[in-house]
Design a protein around this ligand. Structure first.
Ligand SMILES: Cc1ncc(COP(=O)(O)O)c(C=O)c1O
Length: 394
């Protein structure tokens, strides 16, 4: 992996900043921006409706993008639904699955609000929402999960946590869930950008991800669902493109994915998302993962032994993907983030990272989170380490 060549693809890096906030939003390579511009400059029309030249060009591009995403996740095009983001995908499943009063949904105690609130909301209709508590070191407690799985209709669980980078053993979780008759929805917002995901092998029933965390534009994401399940799901949003035909009193719905993609879509976003996964595939997910782990090892080796630093998650960097989430004794996380920005142009995330429930349960305000991606370098990590050390001794 040639980092210098990669960095040249990201014009914003010329601004001389150290961007360690890719778990929130990744930077975009010029290939993605150019592919989106091409749509607006050359064929800015609607897919699947108008049959003129621009219309058929954009229809072809969207079909190709769906196929590309399907290949990226080792699945079929009709199993990929374009959404605004991971959040919308989870809400779609929550509202379309036909959950009934008394049905049980299991999540972990480390879910992003996007995979917590949709289930919490359904409790108003009698759905039971239960949380599986993690081990002390924030890893998944399989024994607890096995105790709670009985009678579950759906397990909706994060693959890689945005809180600490820990990945849950989803292969085992899926096998146990299926053995007990439960469906599984994987929140891959943080794993899809960094790991190879093979939907066929994993056998997950549903999966969601966001383009903006995987070098793509914002406002576009994907929901994967097994074809036979998508057939059974009711559409969530209704409108143009979801029906074959309609009268004043009835409608005949399309099959998936069309029945879930109501209204004119974010075509530039879909095209940019497809370009982003092509970029990731060309570099290679294994190489990206290895690079991030090397950098995280550097951060961990240098910072974990400082007395003032407390880490969130297990000590081993290989267990935390590209995330180093920490606190400095007696310092507010936002104050630390501001100091890093002002002293060394280092951009990190601070606060509860939309996992308020986890922090509230521990009476903590939040943490400082450095998150790494393919364009980060050893030198940037050295600058970060020096800046954190300086703040820790203030
Ligand atoms: C683990 C996880 N799940 C879900 C989301 C929600 O993603 P989005 O806001 O793109 O829908 C995020 C975003 O940070 C996340 O980290």
């Amino acid at each position: 992996m040639n980092i210098e060549t990669i960095r040249n693809d990201f014009p914003v890096l010329k601004k001389d900043v150290i961007y360690l906030d890719s778990s929130c939003v990744s930077l975009k390579p010029k290939q993605v921006v150019e592919a989106m511009n091409k749509y607006y400059y050359e064929f800015p029309a609607c897919a699947g409706r108008s049959i003129h030249g621009f219309g058929s060009k954009v229809s072809g591009e969207i079909t190709a993008a769906r196929k590309n995403l399907a290949n990226f996740f080792s699945t079929k095009p009709n199993e990929i639904i374009f959404t605004r983001n991971a959040t919308e995908g989870i809400n779609l499943v929550a509202n379309s699955l036909g959950l009934k009063s008394g049905d049980k949904v299991l999540t972990s105690d480390k879910e992003h609000n996007s995979n917590l609130l949709p289930w919490q909301n359904l409790t108003k209709e009698g759905i039971l929402h239960q949380v599986v508590l993690s081990n002390q070191d924030n890893t998944f407690n399989l024994a607890e999960f096995e105790k709670q799985i009985e009678g579950t209709r759906l397990v909706s669980i994060v693959h890689t946590s945005n809180l600490d980078g820990v990945s849950f053993p989803v292969e085992k979780i899926i096998k146990i869930a299926h053995r007990n008759g439960a469906l599984v929805l994987l929140d891959c917002a943080q794993s899809a950008p960094h790991k190879e995901l093979n939907m066929r092998k994993l056998d997950a029933d549903f999966m969601v991800c966001s383009g903006h965390k995987m070098l793509g534009p914002s406002g576009i994401g994907a929901l994967y669902g097994k074809a036979k399940l998508l057939d059974q799901l009711q559409p969530f949003l209704l409108g143009g493109s979801t029906v074959r035909d309609a009268t004043y009193t009835s409608a005949e719905f399309e099959g998936a994915p069309a029945k879930f993609e109501a209204g004119l879509q974010n075509y530039a976003g879909i095209i940019g998302f497809s370009e982003a996964v092509t970029y990731l595939r060309n570099i290679g997910m294994k190489k990206i993962q290895h690079h991030e782990q090397e950098l995280n090892k550097q951060l961990t080796d240098e910072l974990l032994n400082l007395e003032a630093i407390s880490l969130i998650g297990p000590a081993g960097p290989s267990q935390r993907a590209g995330i180093f989430s920490f606190n400095i004794k007696d310092k507010d996380p936002h104050e630390v983030a501001l100091m890093l920005d002002q002293s060394a142009k280092i951009m990190v995330r601070s606060g509860a990272h939309c996992v308020h429930s986890w922090f509230n349960a521990r009476n903590l305000k939040g943490s400082v989170r450095a998150s790494l991606y393919l364009y980060n370098t050893e030198e940037e990590c050295t600058t970060f380490i020096d800046a954190v050390k300086a703040i820790a001794t203030l």
